[in-house]
Design a protein around this ligand. Structure first.
Ligand code: F6R
Length: 598
């Protein structure tokens, strides 16, 4: 949600900024902009629309300088426009600032500044900070930024440059992600380490209240009172190629295809009982009285899958909660509770806020996250990394699969009475099972042609299949803009069956062998009302095969693993329907990855 990039070093900043913004565009694509200082002048260029609009605008311009900052925007305050694009500047155009987050008290600040005749060109909260910096200039950029930051309520990753101190960039962080990349005589700033991985794998993940002063390719870290602090440099082991499309048209497609390899990494070293890679051991797990699973969107859907597993193996009640709702009620959290917070980015503001509440109530927080060093990983008492590599496609695919597998690993390690039939040996074969399942693509591509013109599409399933249906429907909605809804198959007759008419597509996942007969009956109910049924199941469901219009056969596997790989045909359905309809798959309208505002 808004991408930030910064550079200080011997190279020309512009190409570095534009390359970084390309990697960050998934965080917002309402506008893009850059600011570069050449020692005397501050050059600011910004354009509404995707990054390409800015690139075209800059193509015949020569902008040389010694430091630069860049931004790609996901609009919060003010419509997408050139004026509202970042960088913002003060009335003299001495300061340029880029920002990710929301300044909650900007209205009051703006009112005061207007009384003093300061002018504003944009509707944004960020411009107020730029004007404030100029008004309160002390002669030192770090000092000025820290003083202004003390008066800001809300969240920010801020990066500032000024002609008044043209060799310096100052940045600070409060709740919004900001990473410092440490190169040889050069320093980078980014919202996400994947954006600067081609330059360095040495990263410092700034913490809340951290500020950094960058000069001539060197950096020093401070707290808001300008006391020097130090932070550990972490080495990131992601490959640059993982953050590239590698010849595919879309990141989402590439990320679907690479699921076998990345899940290999998720399970590696974690298939032995007592593995140190599993953060909460059986003894500790047995002590919990209640489990909360807290997450948003796709990660929440992954949590629905985990609920059944943990209840089964630990015999305690599990509550799956939408993080955005959780802290606005009064959940009864106790010190003997385990909270599993799930997040690809580890930066989702709603999940962070819910985690704060869980921590205040002394629950043990176990984070299941993908991004190493992310905020949730640092807040948690224990962490299980997904290790699926950078996920760039806005529609989450491989991270979701990693979340299912991560939870299965936890449950297996806590499964004292062998309640989960799938063995570690079988889980070891999961990457080959995924590879086999990926072969359904050509079939799904054909099937997609029969549903891409429908306005309403339903996904049904029972038990864990319902959890998958919820995710399948979300995937389709977010990239194809078709109305898709997941329904618990047994619930149809309680109302929603009324929506089924002649030709309505109904996609059924039927991997839960023990629920097959019940699911088949529900399919018969929709079929009797004229539904066009696409079923996903294995070879043993002859009856379901017979009544379905299309049947996608999963490779033979244990029930649990069949359920896990069933998401693959659903991901392909979303991808191919959106592709047939010519939608912008990696940049769906109104959305951005990593939602760092509430
Ligand atoms: C949908 C999607 C979102 C995210 C949600 C939480 O494809 O990706 O629903 O799952 O915004 O994000 P993370 O997992 O980063 O906390």
């Amino acid at each position: 949600m808004c991408g930030i990039i910064g550079y200080s070093g011997p190279k020309q900043p512009l190409p570095i900024l534009l390359a970084g913004l390309s990697r960050l565009e998934y965080r917002g694509y309402d506008s893009a902009g850059i600011a570069i200082t050449d020692g005397k002048n501050l050059i600011i260029e910004k354009k509404q629309g995707k990054l390409q609009v800015l690139k075209d605008h800059l193509s015949d311009k020569k902008i040389n300088g010694n430091i630069g900052i860049g931004h790609t925007r996901w609009a919060t305050h003010g419509v997408p426009s050139d004026e509202n694009a970042h960088p913002h500047y003060d009335n003299n155009q001495d300061f340029a600032i880029i920002h990710n987050g929301i300044i909650e008290n900007y209205d009051e600040m703006k009112e005061e500044l207007l009384k003093e005749d300061y002018q504003f060109e944009s509707e944004t909260d960020t411009e107020v900070v730029a004007v404030e910096l100029s008004k309160r200039w002390t002669g030192n950029l770090l000092e000025t930024v820290c003083q202004v930051a003390k008066d800001l309520d809300g969240t920010y990753a801020l990066v500032v440059t000024t002609v008044k101190q043209p060799d310096t960039i100052v940045a600070g962080r409060m709740m919004s992600p900001l990473v410092l990349g440490v190169g040889e005589g050069e320093v980078f700033l980014a919202s996400d380490s994947a954006a600067i991985l081609e330059h360095t794998n040495k990263m410092i993940f700034l913490e809340n209240g951290d500020f950094v002063e960058i000069k001539d390719g060197n950096y020093e870290l401070f707290d808001i009172n300008m006391n020097k602090i130090s932070r550990e440099i972490q080495e990131i082991d992601w490959e640059v190629s993982e953050a590239e499309k590698s010849g595919h048209d879309h990141f989402m497609y590439k990320e679907i295809l690479e699921q076998a390899e990345v899940i290999e990494r998720t399970i590696t070293g974690r298939l032995e009982v007592g593995s140190e890679e599993i953060p909460v051991d059986l003894k500790q797990a047995k002590g919990f009285e209640k489990i909360w699973i807290v997450a948003c969107g796709t990660a929440y859907h992954a949590g629905l899958f985990g609920k059944d597993l943990f209840e089964k193996v630990l015999g305690v009640s599990v509550s799956v909660e939408l993080a955005s709702e959780f802290r606005y009620r009064e959940p009864i959290v106790g010190e003997n509770d385990l909270a599993i917070v799930i997040s690809q980015s580890g930066e989702t503001m709603d999940t962070i806020a819910a985690t704060e509440l869980l921590k205040e109530n002394n629950a043990h927080v176990l984070a299941l996250v993908n991004v190493v060093g992310s905020s949730l990983a640092r807040m948690a008492d224990s962490v299980l990394y997904l290790h699926v590599g950078p996920e760039i496609g806005v529609a989450s695919t491989k991270a979701y699969l990693g979340m299912l597998v991560g939870q299965l690993l936890l449950a297996k390690h806590w499964d004292e009475s062998s309640k989960i039939e799938t063995t570690f040996e079988e889980i070891k074969q999961l990457p080959s099972l995924i590879k086999e399942t990926l072969k359904c693509e050509s079939e799904i591509k054909e099937i997609s042609k029969s549903i891409n013109n429908h306005k309403d599409i339903y996904f049904i399933g029972r038990g864990l299949d319902y959890a998958l249906a919820a995710e399948g429907a979300l995937k389709l909605k977010e990239i194809s803009y078709l109305h898709a809804e997941a329904l618990a198959a047994g619930e149809l007759k309680h109302g929603t069956l009324a929506l089924i008419e002649d030709g309505t597509p109904v996609i059924v996942t039927a991997s839960q062998h023990h629920l097959l007969d019940k699911t088949t009956s529900n399919v018969q109910e929709v079929k009797a009302r004229g539904a066009f049924v696409i079923a996903i199941g294995n070879n043993s469901s002859k009856k379901l095969q017979d009544i379905s219009n299309d049947y996608v056969t999963l490779p033979e596997a244990s029930e649990m693993l069949s359920t896990i790989v069933s998401i693959i045909p659903l991901q392909f359905i979303a991808y191919h329907v959106a592709n047939l309809n010519g939608e912008s798959i990696d940049q769906p309208r109104n959305l951005a990855k990593s939602v760092t505002v509430e």
